[in-house]
Write a protein that binds this ligand. Structure first.
Ligand SMILES: [Zn+2]
Length: 99
């Protein structure tokens, strides 16, 4: 008798997430040009002075005004578009297999 499978194989592949620089560019978020932490206008509140900080290697972000934050482009995409983890992973091409 084979052992029951409690977990289906996870289809999330973090390695397929877009690189943060490419993601934010495609998302229309203009990042300041240099440094590890880039500044941008925050899309999560009515921002007129760049208060969103983005760590370019990882996509981690934090807004110094409204407090929006997350650890990668997936978290950013979920928050910006109101998606679940799986929906965002699919939208970013990092989810494979069956729904
Ligand atoms: Zn903000």
């Amino acid at each position: 008798m084979s052992s029951p499978r409690f977990f289906s194989r996870s289809a999330f592949d973090r390695g397929r997430l877009p690189r943060p620089a490419e993601y934010f560019d495609a998302a229309g978020i203009k990042l300041s040009a240099a440094g590890t932490w880039r500044n941008a206008l925050c899309p999560f509140h009515d921002d007129h002075h760049p208060s969103l900080r983005v760590r370019i290697e990882t996509g981690a972000f934090r807004c110094m005004t409204c407090g929006a934050n997350g650890s990668d482009v997936l978290a950013f995409h979920m928050r910006r578009h109101g998606l679940t983890f799986i929906e965002a992973a699919k939208a970013l091409g990092a989810w494979e297999g069956r729904r």
